[in-house]
Design a protein around this ligand. Structure first.
Ligand code: UGA
Length: 432
C-alpha cells in the first residue's frame, strides 16, 4: 500500500518506518526541512533503540522516502496518517488541535482520488467528526474516509511495541475502510495481535482511557509505597502480591518518582477537560493528576530527611535525568522540578545521563554534567538513582567506597537493599 505519514515526530517516524518494513511504500513528511535532510542521511532526530538500522535499511531499498512536500505526498498516497503533535494548550488543560486541523485543511486541498485519512495522533473524542467537517467543505464525502487508529507505542520500546502489539484499535463506521485497515495490519494480526473494530469516537476514547488507566495504576502503587515507608513494608512485595491476581496484572506497578513523559501528564489532563466539556466529572483521574503533581515534593522531603535537613552545600548526584530509561526525552521528567528545587536550597548538583548533557539544566545554578559517573558517586554526599538505565544496575559500590560512607536514594528500586547494605552503602529506596 502507499502510505503518507504527516509529521515525523515519535509516532509518525516509528510507525512510518515499521510500516515500510512490512512491505508498504511510505512517505514520511515534515515541515522541518533540516529534519528531512538529516533523515535522508540516516541521522535520526530521536534516541530509540533499533530505529536507525530500520530507517537505513528501508531507505536504501526505497520503500521509505522523506519529503517536505505535503501536497505531492498526499496525492501519491492512498492512506494518510496524521501524526502531528497535540500538546496541552498554553495555560489550559485541553489538547491544542491546531496542527491536526491544519493537516486536515492541507489534505482537503490535495485530494485527487479516494483516500483514507487516519488520526494516529492522540486526539479528543469528536476530533474525527471535526476533521470530516473540514474536509467535506472542499471534497465530496465519497472521496474520503476519516478513521481513528490510535498508537500504543512506548518510548524506548517502540519498535517492539509496533511489531508485537497487544491490540490494534480501528474506529470507523465504513466497511471498506475497515477492510483496508485490516489488510494493512494483516502481518501483525497473523502474529497474534487482536484487531478491535469500534466506532470512531470509541477508538479516540480508548487511547485516552488506556493512558489514564495506566497513570492511575502507577499513582496507586506510588501511594501504597508511601504507606509502606511508614509501616516497614517492602512495596515490591505488595506489587508482586497483588499483580499476580490476573484481574489486576503485574505490569505498571513499579513505584517510583512522579510519572512523566510526553503522554501521561498531557493525556490525563486532556481527558478530564474533554469530560468537563461533556459535563462529566472524571474525579478519579483528577485526583491522580493532583497526586502525581505532589509526588516530587514528597520525594524531596525524603531527600531532606536523608541529609538530616542539611541540604546546603551537599553534593547531590543524579544518575539519569530522562523521564524513563532508553529515551533522551526530558518532557515532564520529574528531574525538571527536583533538580532546580534542590539547587535553590543550596545543594551542589551534578548529573549523569547516558544520553548526554541536557539543555534544560544549563541555566540552573550549581548544576553540572558529569562524564564519569563512577568517580562522581565517590565524590557525592548523596547519589540519587532517578532513571532506571541498565548502566546503573551493576555498579559495584564496594569498589567506590572511600573514607566516607556512600548514601544512595534509589528512586527506581533497582538494587537489593540487603546487598547494598552488605556493600557498606547507606541505602534508601521507594516504599521500602
Ligand atoms: C505511554 C504508554 O505506555 C504507551 O502505551 C502510549 O502509546 C504512550 O504513552 C503514548 O501515548 O504515546 P511512554 O510515555 O513512552 O508510553 O512511557 P511509559 O513506559 O508508559 O512510562 C510513562 C511514565 O510512567 C514514566 O515516567 C515511567 O517511569 C512511569 N512508570 C511506568 C512508572 O513509574 N512505573 C511503572 O510501572 C511504569
Amino acid at each position: 500500500m502507499k502510505l503518507c505519514m504527516i509529521g515525523t515526530g515519535y509516532v509518525g517516524l516509528v510507525s512510518g518506518v515499521c510500516f515500510s518494513d512490512l512491505g508498504n511504500d511510505v512517505i514520511c513528511v515534515d515541515k522541518d526541512l533540516k529534519k528531512i535532510e538529516d533523515l535522508k542521511k540516516g541521522i535520526i532526530p530521536i534516541y530509540e533503540p533499533g530505529l536507525e538500522e530500520l530507517v537505513i535499511k528501508n531507505y536504501k531499498n526505497k520503500r521509505l522516502t522523506f519529503s517536505n512536500n505535503l501536497k505531492e505526498s498526499i496525492k501519491k498516497s492512498d492512506v494518510i496518517f496524521i501524526c502531528v503533535g497535540t500538546p496541552t494548550k498554553k495555560g489550559g488543560s485541553s489538547a491544542d488541535l491546531t496542527q491536526i486541523y491544519n493537516a486536515a485543511k492541507e489534505i482537503a486541498s490535495s485530494i485527487n482520488k479516494f483516500k483514507i485519512i487516519i488520526t494516529k495522533s492522540t486526539v479528543p473524542v469528536t476530533t474525527g467528526d471535526e476533521i470530516e467537517k473540514i474536509i467535506s467543505k472542499k471534497v465530496s464525502k465519497n472521496k474520503f474516509s476519516v478513521v481513528s487508529n490510535p498508537e500504543f507505542l512506548r518510548e524506548g520500546e517502540a519498535i517492539r511495541d509496533f511489531t508485537y502489539p497487544d491490540r490494534i484499535v480501528v474506529g470507523t463506521h465504513e466497511k471498506k475502510s475497515n477492510q483496508i485497515m485490516k489488510n494493512l495490519y494483516s502481518p501483525l494480526i497473523s502474529k497474534g495481535a487482536s484487531y478491535v473494530h469500534t466506532s470512531r469516537r470509541a477508538a479516540e476514547l480508548i487511547k485516552y482511557a488506556a493512558n489514564a488507566f495506566l497513570a492511575t495504576k502507577i499513582t496507586f502503587i506510588n501511594e501504597i509505597a508511601n504507606l509502606c515507608e511508614q509501616t516497614g513494608i517492602n512495596v515490591e512485595d505488595v506489587s508482586i502480591g497483588i499483580g499476580l491476581d490476573k484481574r489486576i496484572g503485574g505490569r505498571f506497578l513499579r513505584a517510583g518518582p512522579a510519572y512523566g513523559g510526553s503522554c501521561f501528564p498531557k493525556d490525563t489532563k486532556a481527558i478530564t477537560s474533554t469530560a468537563d466539556k461533556f459535563k462529566t466529572n472524571l474525579s478519579v483521574i483528577k485526583s491522580v493528576i493532583k497526586s502525581n503533581e505532589k509526588r516530587s515534593i514528597l520525594l524531596l522531603n525524603r531527600v531532606n530527611k536523608i541529609l538530616q535537613k542539611k541540604i546546603k552545600n551537599k553534593k547531590i548526584l543524579f544518575l539519569g535525568v530522562t523521564f524513563k530509561a532508553n529515551t533522551d526525552d526530558m518532557r515532564d521528567s520529574s528531574s525538571l522540578s527536583m533538580i532546580p528545587a534542590l539547587s535553590k536550597k543550596g545543594a551542589l548538583i551534578s548529573y549523569y545521563d547516558p544520553t548526554g548533557e541536557k539543555k534544560e539544566f544549563k541555566k540552573v545554578k550549581n548544576v553540572k554534567f558529569e562524564k564519569d559517573f563512577k568517580s562522581a558517586i565517590r565524590e557525592s554526599d548523596l547519589t540519587i538513582v532517578h532513571t532506571e538505565w541498565n548502566d546503573f544496575k551493576s555498579i559495584n559500590f564496594k569498589l567506590l567506597l572511600n573514607r566516607k560512607k556512600l548514601t544512595v536514594y534509589d528512586m527506581r528500586n533497582i538494587y537489593s537493599p540487603n546487598k547494598m547494605r552488605k556493600q557498606g552503602v547507606r541505602y534508601f529506596g521507594i516504599g521500602r
